[in-house]
Ligand binder design. Structure first.
Ligand code: ATP
Ligand code: MG
Length: 579
């Protein structure tokens, strides 16, 4: 490919609307163009990266006996009504009517379509197990698209669905898939992707893992124990705290004029947040019923755990004069019976606490949970925190890292086979529901995350396995006959050898040529210039500058091949064996 013919423009200035580097570099490098909020077209460089990622994924899915299929993007609403998700999923699911008024949806995930495809075929036990997958467009009307390809509304996903006749068989396959995912990220050259236990959310099911690429710009928080290796998504991480103990003191009402936040109160009373019970107020989405969570003053509510416990969604409360709570002064003693109260386990067995007195401008000191709130039930609804206790090894060294979810795997169970009436006849002639697993990877998000993890100010530093082009030949003086001839020969030689090569023979300044090359990110750059040719040499560099050599012209082609092999071998060395 000649750079002068490459569709798309590259430019110097960072676009003002790009908050993360990968987004800025992909716009500057002519990889992507926004069509609408969260909807992008891909120029050739981005398409080449995603194609390579898709091929890696395809090979790994085939290696674990996956069979590639293709479901439609547009699905009848009736299929989603069967599973119940037509009703239960929010506006992220795009619903519309066709010309006959039939409800339709745009596929945001394809469990229903997978069951629909195989429910007649897989009606007897000897057709199991099997896994089907597709690499296809999803549409999700996300509330907050952000960060270029990292969170978009339309994207390509590899989604796989496996079907089993026993939980053991699902678990065996799940382990193979877990490993296949590790291989995918390693082969794509993604640094630091870790699998974490996750909350299954709307997918249902119990065991699931998310693959997180660690980077500061990630939306997810991951709780990691450096001592025993425990790791979990913040949404699913248990929070363990020892009771807060102090000297016994009576429950005493004290004036705290105007002190509404826990910080203001403890400062006014010269206490500290650990020795306080703060209240966080929510309302249920369906009935607007008030829910007050009491937890240790320095902790935060984990809304996912709270929602799971309540079995319904909540939103931060809108407190007015008519509400059954006094904003800023809410406490567990004497709280209105119209409020649902949840005690976080951080308060269990604690005493000597400051808390609200359910009266304007008053708090209590000396709250003793056992004495003053007898019979309270405690549940874990707080966020794990830095320095918190590991739920597995018990050491107080938890750390919190940020990450981007680049894939996830679920043990779904029978949620979809049951709701959609998919059965098979077992060996004894009984009718059974198959057990399912599902497995997703976002292709564009993975590409962008790798660029996020591996770039400099000048452009992405693509791993050779997914780079849009492996090599770029820069002809620094196209007007010089010898330079031009040698460049062209090398370019043709590389192309003929099946090496994807970009060739820049534009009559522009070397600086401009190199900035474009930096943005396009070919891992190997071959620079042909009259200056080096005067010594009979060609310069070969890697994009990360780890290799910078000059070789005799006749050796250039072999040297490039050798560097490609070295870079590929470095990646291969990180790929675990498949199972
Ligand atoms: P998230 O929590 O980030 O919204 P999710 O839990 O909704 O992700 P899944 O439904 O499991 O994700 O989708 C599988 C994979 O598809 C994710 O791991 C991610 O790589 C990708 N993905 C999901 N939503 C998006 C999106 N809006 N834009 C780009 N990729 C996405
Ligand atoms: Mg999502």
């Amino acid at each position: 490919m000649k750079v002068k013919n490459l569709v798309g423009e590259r430019f110097k200035e960072r676009p003002s609307d790009c908050v993360v580097d990968s987004h800025a570099l992909m716009v500057r490098g002519g990889y992507i163009k926004q069509v609408a909020n969260g909807i992008f077209s891909l120029f050739p460089p981005a398409r080449r990266v995603t194609q390579k990622i898709e091929q890696i994924i395809r090979e790994e899915m085939d290696r674990i006996d996956g069979q590639e299929v293709l479901f439609p993007v547009v699905l009848p609403g009736s299929l989603w009504m069967e599973s119940g998700r037509y009703q239960s999923v929010d506006n992220t699911l795009a619903r519309f009517s066709d010309r006959n008024g039939t409800p339709m949806v745009l596929g945001m995930t394809h469990e229903e379509a997978a069951v629909q495809l195989v429910r007649e075929y897989a009606n007897t036990y000897n057709r199991y197990p099997f896994m089907i997958y597709q690499i296809q467009t999803k549409f999700r009307d996300e509330a907050r698209p952000r960060a270029g390809l990292i969170r978009v509304r339309e994207f390509t996903m590899k989604d796989g669905y496996s079907f089993h006749t026993s939980q053991e068989d699902l678990e065996k396959y799940y382990a193979r898939c877990y490993r296949a995912y590790e291989r995918i990220y390693a082969r794509a050259g993604a640094p630091e992707v870790i699998a974490v236990k996750s909350d299954s959310g709307m997918m249902g099911g119990s065991v699931s893992h998310e693959y997180m690429l660690l980077t500061d710009i990630g939306e997810d928080s991951i709780v990691i124990c450096p001592d025993c290796g425990y790791r979990a998504n913040m949404e699913a991480a248990d929070n363990i705290v020892a009771p807060t103990r102090a000297e016994d003191a009576p429950l005493t009402k004290v004036a705290t004029p105007g002190c509404k936040t826990i910080e203001e109160v403890v400062e006014y009373l010269k206490g500290d947040a650990v020795h306080s019970a703060k209240a966080v107020v929510y309302q249920t989405n369906l009935e607007d019923k008030f829910v007050v969570v009491f937890l240790r003053g320095d902790l935060e509510v984990n809304e996912t755990k709270l929602t799971n416990y309540l079995g319904e969604n909540v939103h931060p409360a809108v407190v007015t004069e008519d509400s059954p709570v006094v904003a800023g002064f809410i406490g567990p003693v004497g709280i209105s019976p119209d409020v649902k109260v949840v005690f976080d386990s951080s308060l269990k067995g604690s005493n000597g606490l400051i808390c609200g007195a359910n009266e304007q401008d008053f708090h209590y000191t000396g709250l003793d949970m056992d004495r003053d709130v007898p019979g309270a039930a405690f549940v874990d609804v707080a966020k794990a925190f830095t320095g918190g206790i590991c739920p597995v090894c018990g050491k107080p060294h938890l750390t919190i890292s940020r990450g981007i979810e680049v894939g996830n795997i679920f043990q779904l169970g029978t949620k979809y086979s049951k709701s959609m009436g998919m059965t098979y006849t077992d060996q004894d002639g009984n009718s059974q529901y198959p057990i399912m697993g599902c497995y997703g990877v976002g292709v564009g998000r993975l590409a962008a995350s790798i660029a996020e993890a591996s770039h400099d100010n000048y452009g992405p530093i693509w791993p050779i396995s997914i780079a849009p082009w492996s090599v770029e030949v820069c002809c620094l003086r196209a007007d010089d006959a010898q330079t031009k001839e040698i460049s062209e020969k090398l370019y043709n030689q590389l192309e003929n050898a099946g090496i994807d090569t970009l060739y820049d023979d534009r009559d522009i300044r070397p600086g401009a040529m190199f900035s474009d090359a930096d943005l396009l990110g070919a891992p190997i750059r071959v620079v042909v210039s009259p200056k080096n040719l005067a010594n009979g040499e060609i310069e070969i560099n890697t994009r990360d500058k780890k290799i910078q050599v000059k070789v005799p012209v006749v050796e250039a082609f072999d040297k490039v091949r050798e560097i490609i092999a070295t870079l590929q071998a470095e990646i291969d060395a990180t790929v675990p064996e498949s199972i």
